[in-house]
Ligand binder design. Structure first.
Ligand SMILES: C[S@@+](CC[C@H](N)C(=O)[O-])C[C@H]1O[C@@H](n2cnc3c(N)ncnc32)[C@H](O)[C@@H]1O
Length: 201
C-alpha cells in the first residue's frame, strides 16, 4: 500500500492505461455544483489536487474560471491535459506532491476533491485533513465527493464512511454538507457523499 505514496506507481498506471478510476468526463455532481456558481466565482483561486486527467479542471476552464491550479505528481496526465487544453496557462499546471505544497506559497478559495482522498494511503488521512485546511484561505471550502463504501483488498481505492469522515474532518472543518450525492454518475450512484466543508478559524 506504500507504493501509492510514490509518483512512479501512478505514472506507470497512466503509461499502461490501467486507470479504472477514470470516468472520462466531468463528474456530474461536480458539474452541477460548478454550474450554479455565480459569475463572481470565476476569478476565485481553486485547487484540484490529484487531478489525473482533470475533466473538472477542463470544465472549469471551459466555463471561464481563470484561476484554477491543477496538481498531480504523475507527469503523464498533466502532459496529456496540456495537449487537450493548449490555451490553459502552463503556470497553473503543477507536477508536485500535494503534501509538499507550501501553504506560504499556495492559498485557495476552494479545493475540489475528486477521487484523490481514496487514492492516498489511509495512514495519511489526518495529514490530508491538515494539509487541506492549511492550503485554504480563511472561510475557504473543500468541495467534492468521497466514497461512502468499503472496497475489497488492500489497494486503491481506499473506502470510508460518513461516520469516519465526520470524525476525521471536524478538527479542522465545519461540516456544511456531507450527504449522499443524488446526481452521481450511474457507476457511483448511492456510493458517494457530496461534501462542502468550511475551514475553521
Ligand atoms: C485515483 S486517481 C484520480 C484522478 C482524478 N482525480 C480522477 O478522478 O480521475 C488519483 C490521482 O492522484 C494522484 N496522486 C496521488 N497521490 C498524490 C500526491 N501525494 N500528490 C499529488 N498527486 C497525487 C495520482 O497521480 C492520480 O493521478
Amino acid at each position: 500500500m506504500d507504493n501509492v505514496n510514490e509518483a512512479q506507481y501512478w505514472q506507470q498506471r497512466y503509461e499502461s492505461d490501467s486507470i479504472q478510476w477514470d470516468m472520462g468526463q466531468v463528474s456530474p455532481p461536480l458539474k452541477a455544483y460548478i454550474d450554479q456558481l455565480p459569475e463572481s466565482a470565476k476569478s476565485q483561486r481553486i485547487l484540484v489536487p490529484g487531478a489525473g486527467n482533470a475533466y473538472e479542471v477542463g470544465y472549469l476552464h471551459e466555463q471561464g474560471f481563470s484561476n484554477v491550479i491543477l496538481v498531480d505528481f504523475a507527469p503523464a496526465p498533466i502532459e496529456d491535459f496540456a495537449k487537450r487544453y493548449p490555451d490553459f496557462p502552463t503556470k497553473h499546471l503543477i507536477c508536485a506532491d500535494f503534501f509538499a505544497l507550501s501553504p506560504d506559497d499556495y492559498q485557495f478559495d476552494w479545493i475540489l476533491e475528486q477521487t484523490f482522498f481514496c487514492a492516498i494511503n489511509p495512514d495519511r488521512r489526518n495529514e490530508y485533513v491538515q494539509q487541506m485546511a492549511a492550503l485554504l484561505k480563511p472561510q475557504g471550502k473543500l468541495i467534492g465527493l468521497l466514497f461512502d463504501r468499503e472496497f475489497a483488498g488492500d489497494d486503491i481505492p481506499f473506502g470510508g464512511s460518513l461516520d469516519e469522515y465526520l470524525q476525521r474532518f471536524k478538527s479542522h472543518f465545519d461540516i456544511e454538507i456531507m450527504e449522499t450525492s443524488y446526481n452521481s454518475h450511474p457507476a457511483r450512484q448511492g456510493s458517494e457523499l457530496f461534501i462542502k466543508l468550511r475551514v475553521k478559524g
